[in-house]
Design a protein around this ligand. Structure first.
Ligand code: FAD
Length: 320
């Protein structure tokens, strides 16, 4: 059956899944996306926290992105023309961010698409030549082909017993964790620059409000380096907040005011390993994989992988 007559499901509506869905849609393929999160972003998501000063928003995953290849450059130019992204010079001359939050490009790609938010796919089940997606009660919807656009560790679980080659590739890829602390203050931290890199346990810290289109609250995102995050993976959130705020104070050269709101998020699968394949597609099983773990741990890698998988499916090419 030609792909244009098939129903395709994409599990994961992050940048890779949506890039794949958009390209398949352009090719005339009916696509349904499922994402366990309540809204768009994936690892480019935005966390909102109530503070006595009002709601503060934090880009608590990807901080910015850069552009290397022509395909992504064209897309970023379209987003820039639509006001969805803008340069952020504080992170470097090539740095771009979503506006008003890092999830803006994902939100823009999701608009008008068939995306079921809050829908966690727990298992795949064979149904003839197709697949049923188990998400909650009931047998689940039936699809002819399924794309897994989730981190490698989560793809490996869903693929086990269904496609040994794809499951082995996903199992072989390991991601690095990242503890992230979000802190809001009632005044500007004048002693700090907008961006800090590699300061003790901190791999990165940024004044979120220095990005274009953000609100007025002094909101900071503090991200621990990969080694520190791994060594402290099971620490309580309060201890992580204290350690990273102490590192920020150290970088400022003196005590900081107490934050008016603080929260921590543990990304278990933050940064994927560098990939060796752009995307994986098995015409025999009707299963495919895309995501940054197949290209490299960058926003652009996720985009490239999603587009590459769609191109492979549309061209009917098997293999990885
Ligand atoms: C802390 C951190 C900092 C980063 N910093 C940068 C940076 O500065 N620059 C840069 O370029 N990149 C950065 N990255 C990496 C970048 O965010 C990723 O490469 C990119 O967003 C990956 O996109 P993706 O679509 O492959 O995966 P994701 O964005 O992870 O999308 C996967 C989606 O699948 C959903 N999902 C997972 N399992 C299921 C399931 N069973 N059922 C349904 N839905 C499911 C998730 O909810 C998610 O929305 C950072 C990432 C993190 C976490």
């Amino acid at each position: 059956m030609p792909l244009t007559d098939q129903r395709v499901a994409i599990i994961g509506a992050g940048l890779a899944g949506l890039a794949c869905g958009a390209r398949l849609g352009e090719g005339g393929v009916a696509v349904s996306l499922f994402d366990k999160a309540r809204g768009p972003g994936g690892r480019m998501s935005v966390r909102r926290i109530a503070t006595p000063l009002g709601e503060a928003a934090f880009d608590h995953g990807a901080q910015y992105f850069t552009v290397r290849g022509a395909s992504f450059r064209d897309q970023v130019a379209r987003w820039a023309a639509d006001g969805v992204v803008a340069p952020w010079p504080a992170a470097g001359p090539e740095a771009w961010v979503g506006v008003p939050g890092m999830n803006a490009p994902v939100r823009a790609l999701a608009a008008g698409r068939d995306v079921a938010w809050g829908s966690q796919v727990e298992a795949l089940a064979r149904d003839g030549a197709g697949w049923r997606l188990r998400a909650g009660e009931g047998p689940g919807e039936r699809f002819d082909a399924v794309v897994l656009a989730v981190p490698a560790e989560q793809a490996a679980v869903l693929l086990r017993g269904h496609d040994p080659a794809l499951a082995a590739a996903a199992s072989a890829s390991t991601s690095q964790p990242c503890w992230t602390v979000m802190a809001a203050f009632d005044r500007r931290l004048d002693l700090l620059p907008d961006v800090l890199r590699d300061a003790g346990p901190l791999g990165w810290a940024a004044r979120n409000g220095s990005k274009p289109g953000r609100g007025p609250i002094e909101a900071w995102v503090l991200q621990a380096g990969p080694d520190w995050s791994r060594d402290h993976l099971e620490d309580p959130a309060e201890a992580v907040c204290a350690a990273l705020l102490a590192a920020l104070a150290e970088a400022a050269g003196g005590p900081l005011p107490a934050p008016v709101a603080v929260s921590a998020h543990r990304w278990r699968y933050a940064r994927s390993a560098a990939g060796t394949d752009t995307a994986l597609w098995s015409a025999a099983t009707g299963l495919g994989c895309c995501g940054d773990w197949l290209t490299g741990p960058r926003v652009e890698g996720a985009w490239d992988s999603g587009v590459a998988l769609a191109e492979r499916m549309l061209a009917g090419v098997a293999g990885g």
